[in-house]
Unconditional design. Structure first.
Length: 419
């Protein structure tokens, strides 16, 4: 009994606690500016062009992945990566706070001016996410022992989901007719998103970064050659990249489920709050299970199950839209379950196969080389405009067979299996 309590106290050290605080703040912040519901609804209220919805999703994906190999090079050889992670999270929080303050404080701005400001700040938010993502993978990989990593991500997501669930009801209240006029109501959401994320900065500051000797940083050309050689020699990394690129097909439909609910099914704006709450509930009720699944059966099996749910989600969307439109928000419960499993599984797969000294390089390669996924939401936007919602959703389901098939052909990705 004493040994068990001692082990629990060791697990909940400063790094574990700080990382969980960051995760809780990030989850709540994301709920206020939810990429699959709040942001698409905001953009469609400013412009009828559906391709802009796909453009927002593409920017959120592309800004984080396109420059990751450059960020990884920048971080390589530096004794500390935590300050860059702190800076990235701070800039991301400030992006939402500035957007919220302007939109809520200047309601007379034209829709075109709001769109321009929105896309500029979303670009900044996304680009700094690329730096933060590379730094976070390395910092957490060194600060959290492998045997606690599944529980760490599970606690981050579960506790974050509790707060984000409350944020979902706040979204419903703020978007309720009569509470505040458009666009002030969305400005308040963005402001809350930024203020909440500032708490995440404090959480990152608690993490005790692992200090270890760093190799000298080579010239950039040589670094790229080394990265290419690494990619050519590491079959498991290539397989992980193929899976993630193919799994990105889910983004063809994800940002358009809420547009379908509002424009195709005629559901009111307040349903966005219910959608956020449902998605958060899916995450909250599944996260500990995902963490336990990863710790017991491995990251690859976690990914396999999540990809199976990704395949089913578009079919469920079509079924609910046809047979039970009023129950459509329940779809986002499944979205929350699947996305949590996918994120936890893929992030742990990368940590599993990456040697400690090369984590930033692996993270940079993984981010930059999965950049083709940013095309999926753009394709989805044009398909929705040309063929409609239902054909686009069904095509997404068919394409999700590909990453699931790739995952089923692989052996476990962990370093213990010979990586």
């Amino acid at each position: 009994m004493k040994r068990r309590l001692s082990k629990r106290r060791a697990m909940w050290d400063a790094s574990f606690t700080g990382g969980v605080i960051h995760g809780v703040a990030l989850a709540a912040s994301t709920a206020f500016a939810e990429p699959n519901s709040v942001l698409p609804s905001f953009v469609t209220a400013l412009s009828p062009a559906r391709w802009l919805v796909g453009a927002v999703s593409a920017m959120l994906i592309g800004g984080q992945v396109l420059l990751q190999v450059v960020f990884a090079y920048f971080l390589q050889g530096r004794a500390r990566r935590q300050p860059y992670l702190l800076g990235a999270v701070f800039v991301r929080a400030t992006s939402w706070a500035v957007l919220g303050a302007v939109v809520a404080g200047r309601p007379g701005l034209s829709h075109g001016a709001i769109l321009a400001l929105f896309f500029a700040l979303v670009t900044l938010f996304s680009a700094t996410g690329g730096l933060g993502g590379v730094a976070f993978t390395d910092v957490i990989g060194g600060a959290i022992p492998a045997e606690n990593r599944g529980r760490f991500y599970g606690f981050r997501q579960t506790l974050g989901s509790v707060l984000a669930f409350g944020a979902g009801y706040a979204v419903r209240t703020i978007l309720r007719p009569g509470f505040r006029p458009f666009p002030v109501n969305y400005g308040l959401l963005f402001l809350l998103s930024g203020l909440t994320l500032y708490i995440g900065v404090a959480g990152i500051a608690f993490i005790r970064e692992e200090h270890r000797p760093q190799p000298l940083r080579p010239p950039f050309r040589r670094y790229i050659e080394q990265a290419r050689g690494l990619l050519g020699s590491h079959a498991r990394l290539r397989s992980l990249l193929y899976m993630q690129i193919a799994a990105g097909a889910a983004a063809m439909s994800l940002p358009f489920y809420i547009v379908f609910a509002r424009q195709g099914l005629g559901l009111p704006a307040a349903v966005i709050g219910s959608v956020v709450a449902a998605q958060v509930a899916g995450s909250a009720l599944s996260n500990v299970a995902w963490g336990a699944l990863r710790d017991r059966y491995g990251s690859l099996n976690t990914v396999r199950l999540a990809l199976g749910l990704d395949l089913l989600t578009p079919v469920v969307a079509v079924t609910l839209g046809t047979l039970a439109p009023t129950l459509f928000p329940a779809l986002f419960f499944l979205v929350g379950v699947a996305s949590s499993g996918r994120n936890l599984g893929f992030s742990n797969c990368l940590i599993d196969i990456a040697p400690a000294a090369l984590r930033p390089t692996y993270a940079g390669l993984n981010g930059t080389l999965t950049s083709p996924t940013l095309l999926f939401p753009l394709v989805g936007g044009f398909l929705v405009g040309w063929a409609g919602f239902v054909p686009t959703f069904l095509l997404t389901s068919v394409l999700e067979i590909i990453p699931l098939a790739i995952s089923l052909r692989l052996t476990p990705l962990g370093a213990r299996q010979g990586d």
